[in-house]
Write a protein that binds this ligand. Structure first.
Ligand code: HEM
Length: 348
């Protein structure tokens, strides 16, 4: 995506990087003796080394540049294109500068750190291209990351409402639903929401706390359509089994990390991944009558939605952690580079 659609942005930096590598390499080689290239202190070595150091400084500037977006400092896509290709050129340029040798311990560590920065850069670049694409194709329920908990909470509330309408009030001996008042007030303080009509019958939710969020309504219109017809078809054993499984397994999974004490770790939950979820719902379906099928499908879709949110969260975490790692070791590289320059100036 970065390369294919906006290739023209990359021609300039690719040409510049190639000229620097070819020109610097040939120059350094031409100053050598008996077929071996000159050292880092030759004129070519010093010029190429200074260019590499200048590029590293430019690469580091991407960080403050991001925070100074309000000042017109050139378009981000140009900065990033030069960042990628000149950054990549730094590896060969550093090697040319050193006369194709690793030198002592300090310069070897410096070189290794540079290789690590470049490798992490390429890794992150590839991730930035593929993760959004993968999310687009595999996570159709993707939502705004900061609202994942809110959407999951609303999902649990909608499920309670749906089960109450379709199965009747929650029977005794089917576990205890957690109270959601605190989470609801927190949610209400962040959203402007009208009240929900059918709140009377909802366990764990009093009328004053009832909410509906417009954005949520589009997600699963199927859930709103269950009514008395379905309730008439379901037998008592279905009602008990569905309420029980909802209370003990499904809702704790939907509310994990949202409601204290409701958390059930993903690895221990029988619905902690897509394969287990499909298997688990198949078994639940087998233990209920055919009339329960639509309601179980609706519940399964909320669990699968939650699994997609988890995957989305993980993808975002990877993108953020990677950039922190890349930026962190880049700063270390910058510091060691300054030490290297000071040491070399003393030596000269
Ligand atoms: C000496 C070499 C390099 C240094 C010192 C360096 C340093 C940095 C810094 C400081 C950032 C900003 C981090 C932030 O926004 O918090 C950054 C971002 C980035 N770097 Fe590098 N980098 C280098 C080489 C590379 C290479 C070779 C690549 C890939 C080919 C690369 C890919 C990226 C990408 C994709 C970003 C994120 C750009 C964005 O989306 O804004 N970097 N780098």
């Amino acid at each position: 995506m970065l390369l294919a659609r906006k290739m023209h942005l990359h021609y300039g930096p690719i040409a510049l990087a190639s000229i620097l590598i070819l020109g610097g390499g040939l120059w350094q080689y031409s100053l050598g003796t008996k077929g071996s290239p000159a050292t880092g202190s030759s004129l070519a070595g010093l010029v190429v080394g200074s260019i590499a150091a200048g590029i590293i400084l430019f690469e580091l500037l991407l960080w403050p540049r991001k925070r100074l977006r309000k000042y017109k400092l050139g378009r981000t896509k140009f900065w990033v294109a030069y960042h990628l290709w000149l950054g990549l050129a730094c590896g060969p340029l550093a090697f040319i500068h050193s006369g194709f040798r690793f030198g002592g311990t300090f310069t070897t560590v410096l070189m290794a750190l540079l290789v690590l920065v470049l490798t992490s850069g390429v890794f992150g670049w590839v991730m930035q291209v593929f993760i959004p694409r993968w999310m687009l194709g595999n996570l159709p329920q993707e939502t705004i990351p900061s609202q994942i908990d809110d959407v999951s909470l609303l999902s649990a509330l909608e499920n309670r409402q749906m089960l109450t309408v379709a199965l009747g009030p929650k029977p005794p001996n089917t576990g205890k639903l957690v109270a959601l008042e605190d989470q609801l007030s927190a949610l209400k303080s962040g959203l402007s929401v009208p009240s929900m009509g059918n709140a009377d019958a909802m366990p764990g939710l009093d009328k004053s706390n009832a909410i509906v969020v417009g954005a949520r309504q589009r997600r699963d219109p199927q859930r709103a359509s269950f009514g008395q017809d379905l309730a008439d078809d379901l037998n008592g054993a279905d009602r008990i089994e569905i309420w029980k499984q909802y209370t003990l397994v499904i809702e704790p999974f939907l509310l994990k990390n949202i409601v204290p004490n409701s958390t059930r770790s993903t690895s221990r939950s029988p619905i902690g991944n897509l394969q287990r979820t499909q298997e688990w719902f198949k078994n639940l379906q087998a233990s209920c009558s055919d009339s329960a099928f639509p309601i179980l499908m609706a519940l399964q879709s909320t669990v699968e939605e939650r699994l997609q949110f988890d995957a989305q969260r993980m993808a975002h975490a990877w993108l953020h952690r990677w950039i922190a790692f890349h930026a962190g070791i880049s700063v270390m590289l910058g510091v060691l580079l300054i030490v290297h320059i000071i040491q070399s100036l003393r030596y000269m």
